[in-house]
Design a protein around this ligand. Sequence first.
Ligand code: PLP
Length: 392
Amino acid sequence: MAFDVERARAQTPGCVDRIHFNNCGAALMPTPVIHALKTHIDLEAQIGGYEAAAAADEKVQATYSAVARMLNCRSSEVAIVENATRGWDMAFYAFDFGAGDRILTCSAEYASNYIAFLQVARKTGALIETLPDDTHGAVDVEALREAIDDRVKLIAITHVPTNGGLVNPAAEIGKIAREHGIPFLLDACQSTGQMPLDVEELNVDILSATSRKFLRGPRGMGFLYVREPLITALEPPFLDLHAATWIAPGEYRLMDDARRFENWECNVAARIALGTAVTSALDWGLDAIEARVAVISAALRKGLTSLPGVRLRDLGTRHCGIVSFTVAEIAPAAVVQELRERGINSSVSRAPSTQLDMHGRGLDALVRAGVHYYNSEEEVARFLAALEDIIR
Ligand SMILES: Cc1ncc(COP(=O)(O)O)c(C=O)c1O
């Protein structure tokens, strides 16, 4: 069945006045998400924040179930947190690394994660090892297989990097991790909302994601999945009276579900709206979304290859909605600025965000155009015409 782009656009007020190809930065929220946010804020203003939270408890609980449905896990395995990084950190820093423990990661790993590896390595003597890429620039799965020994404490991979269309082979990596009983932590920040993610198929133990990108939820929201047997083995680095209960003057007891990774104070409106965003993605169908994103991103890639001086920078053989490129003689920031002046949103990805990959390819920065299902073929044509105009 054809994707109903007209309906998707009618639900996206932001696409009336501009071409938004920055879904990898933050997508445009659809009307049900905007409505969910505003409704709760109005309720808070009317009856008070705590009272509104109590009145909306069912809606908050529905967010956990929606995330669980999307990931094919239990609600008790979902923590709702401020952003992907905080979720990732709460799980990663809970591991008890020691000298000589090996952390296997990839060249596409996101800066915040890698900075955490460096800090833990410095403090504990754990070793960070970056797996080689295959000839297309994805994680080399055979090299991973060969790297496994009993000192590997964690495999931590970024599924879709912040700087391009690569989709790392998470399911193959997860299979190897599972065969060896090694925890597998997947940064799914950029893949969530643009493709199906099933934690059973991926054999993932921990997964972090954000609300504002391809899920089209509000900013300042994210979630963390932790597989049940691992939850009780991991004591998060920060605890409060929500993650644990102070049961005696010298004693506390941790929550025994994934809420031990959360903290008490939160943006309730955004929590509810995250659930709406997930439900909306499930209603469209993540397979259908992925197929539609593939059509639009392929059209954009095809058009870009015919423009003089434009070089596509996407790695791997399986590509997603992030289209990355450079333009000869024009800095990425200048391209993005020129596009913005023409009513087109894109963004710059700079080397410090994905140091290993960008350095390896001799790149300082590149342009990212992250397209989504509500973007149209006509917008692709207008984007290409604008870029052609900038190049001339
Ligand atoms: C691959 C990847 N991981 C993690 C993050 C961080 O997400 P958040 O800003 O929600 O913490 C980003 C943000 O751009 C990202 O692209």
